[in-house]
Design a protein around this ligand. Sequence first.
Ligand SMILES: [Zn+2]
Length: 185
Amino acid sequence: MSCCIEEKTAVAAPVTGRRRFVQLAALASGVSLLSVQLPQAHAAGATEALLLSCMDFRLMDEIDRYMHSRGLRDQYDHVVLAGASLGAVTDKYPAWSKTFWEHLDIAIQLHAIKKVIVLDHRDCGAYKVILGEAHAKTPESETAAHAEQLGKLRRMIKEKYPKLGVETLLMSLDGKVQAVETATS
Ligand SMILES: [Zn+2]
C-alpha cells in the first residue's frame, strides 16, 4: 500500500515527487544491477567445436571431464543423439539425421565452429537396438562397428563442409577415449 501513497505524493508535488521517483527507480533497478554482476554465459560468438555424443546417462560426467581435460569446457556446442554417429546416419530414424544436420548448420552459422567431435561409446544400447547385439561380441568387432559408422558420418560431413575438421572417437565405460581410424572413402 505504501507504494500507492508515494505515487500519489509524486503526482501532487512534482519536485519532491520526481526526486522520490528517482530514488524508487534506483531501488527497483538495484535488482537488475545485482543480476548483471552475477556470472553469465559467454556472449554469443565463435567457439571451437560441435560435440555429437550418445544420450547414455552413464557417461555424462565422463564426457564433461573429457572435454574439460582438452580445455574445451564451455567451448563447444553439444548435440545428443542415441548412438552418436549411428544416430546421425541410420535410416531407421531419419528424423535424427535431419536434426543433426540442422544443428550442424546452426552451429556453423551462429558460432563458426571449426570442427565436429563425434564421440561414440562402448556398450552402446542404441548400437545394439539398431545393429544387433552381435557387433559387440568382441572388443575388436565392436571397434570395427563404430569405425564403420564414424567413417560414414565423417565422409558425409567432409562432403558437405570440406573445411570442417572431424574427430572420430570411442569412449569406454571408464571414460577413456581412443581415436578411431576410419576408411577415407
Ligand atoms: Zn549409447
